[in-house]
Design a protein around this ligand. Structure first.
Ligand SMILES: *Cc1c(COP(=O)(O)O)cnc(C)c1O
Length: 360
């Protein structure tokens, strides 16, 4: 079975040897040595000062909204993983969906202003597939209307624009280190903010809101363990190799599929990309189903990332939002298998199967 992704696993010995350092201290969670070391290494890899390692890439969205006191309306993208929307709802705020740009599949900055009301407090946008949002335009709008900006950068680990990590923009950026992502710590994530003060606040929110007997706020448990940090530390040794393998496979798909009538999001030239996903948009949902059936018959399981459009799921139906670009894209988009370890002949077979369907 070839799935859309396959978790990268480092040599077992290397993981165990790293973990042993915490094991020998009998200190396996609560900001242990491996968590601290991972945070240092991530800061240096990403070039960001204020970064915290966390339990996952969802709690960080909740922590971001909490730290910025967001309780009313949040302008957000309908084309993302459902966690982006759920975090807003979970915090008791209201998502306001703004349609996506047909070239980048990220929130369309031209449409943001029309969605701003007296209750708008923030913009929560996703760098979908690791492709950057229009950061400059979003910043300009945010400054003009006094809004906070949060980026869900769950797909953007290792991506940079003009040499700057995609995790270093907005008031707060978050990332996921889930086992299905480009870089992982089994479960995990991080939150990056633009000041030491905010970092301290987020650090409190991550650990129940208290330090010793001093209580400051209603925090949550967003921290992570030495077992997870050990996996992150070891995987960081392989990240260059992982991204380069993904790049080669993406280019292989490119070369096999360029002649076909497939829409792909545009990767800007001034960015360093991480090849997190290989999405293709076909002409109709019918064609998509045909491709899926034919791939399944060959033991290949692509995924409909991201479907359905988040303005069309039960928990947001009450908003009656209409986002035509996101809706039509989500119905026709398929993410092809892409991971370190996917064989060249497998990518060839997948592309060949798609070609055959497209050419009837
Ligand atoms: C994976 C993902 C998340 C959630 O991350 P977890 O670590 O699984 O909680 C959030 N947002 C986006 C866009 C994602 O792809």
């Amino acid at each position: 079975m070839i799935n859309v992704t396959k978790t990268f696993l480092p040599p077992f010995e290397e993981y165990v040897n790293t973990l042993k350092r915490a094991w020998d201290l009998a200190w396996i969670t609560n900001n242990g040595i491996l968590v601290q070391e991972l945070e240092q290494k991530l800061k240096s890899y990403l070039g960001t000062d204020n970064l915290l390692f966390t339990a996952n890439g969802t709690v960080v969205l909740q922590m971001a909204l909490k730290a910025l006191n967001i309780t009313k309306e949040v302008i957000t993208t309908p084309f993302s993983y459902v966690a982006t929307t759920n975090a807003i709802l979970w915090e008791g705020a209201t998502p306001v969906f703004v349609d996506i740009d047909p070239n980048t599949f990220c929130i369309d900055p031209q449409k943001i202003e029309a969605a701003i009301t007296q209750n708008t407090q923030a913009i929560l946008a996703t760098h979908v597939y690791g492709i950057p949002c229009d950061i400059e335009k979003i910043q300009t709008i945010a400054e003009r209307f006094g809004l906070k900006v949060i980026y869900d950068a769950a797909h953007a680990f290792g991506c940079s624009i003009n040499g700057k990590s995609l995790l270093s923009f907005g008031d707060i950026s978050t990332c996921s280190f889930h086992a299905t992502k480009v870089f992982h710590s089994v479960e995990g994530g991080c939150i990056v903010s633009d000041s030491e003060e905010m970092n301290t606040q987020l650090s409190l929110l991550r650990s129940f809101g208290h330090i010793g007997d001093e209580h400051y706020c209603a925090g949550i448990n967003g921290k992570n363990s030495e077992f997870h940090a050990a996996m992150g530390l070891v995987n960081l040794n392989y990240i260059t190799q992982i991204i380069s393998e993904r790049k080669n496979l993406s280019q292989l798909y490119d070369s096999f599929l360029t002649s076909e009538n497939l829409l792909r999001p545009t990767i800007p030239v001034n960015m360093e990309y991480n090849y997190a996903y290989y999405p293709v948009v076909v002409e109709t949902e019918d064609v998509l189903h045909k491709i899926v059936d034919n791939l399944r018959a060959k033991g290949v399981s692509p995924r409909r990332y991201f479907y359905p459009s988040l303005n069309e799921i039960p928990q947001t139906k009450y908003l009656n939002s209409i986002c035509p670009v996101s809706e039509t894209t989500s119905r026709r988009v398929l993410s092809l298998p892409l991971y370190a370890g996917l064989e060249i002949h497998e990518a060839e077979m997948i592309a060949g199967t798609i070609k055959k369907v497209l050419r009837g």
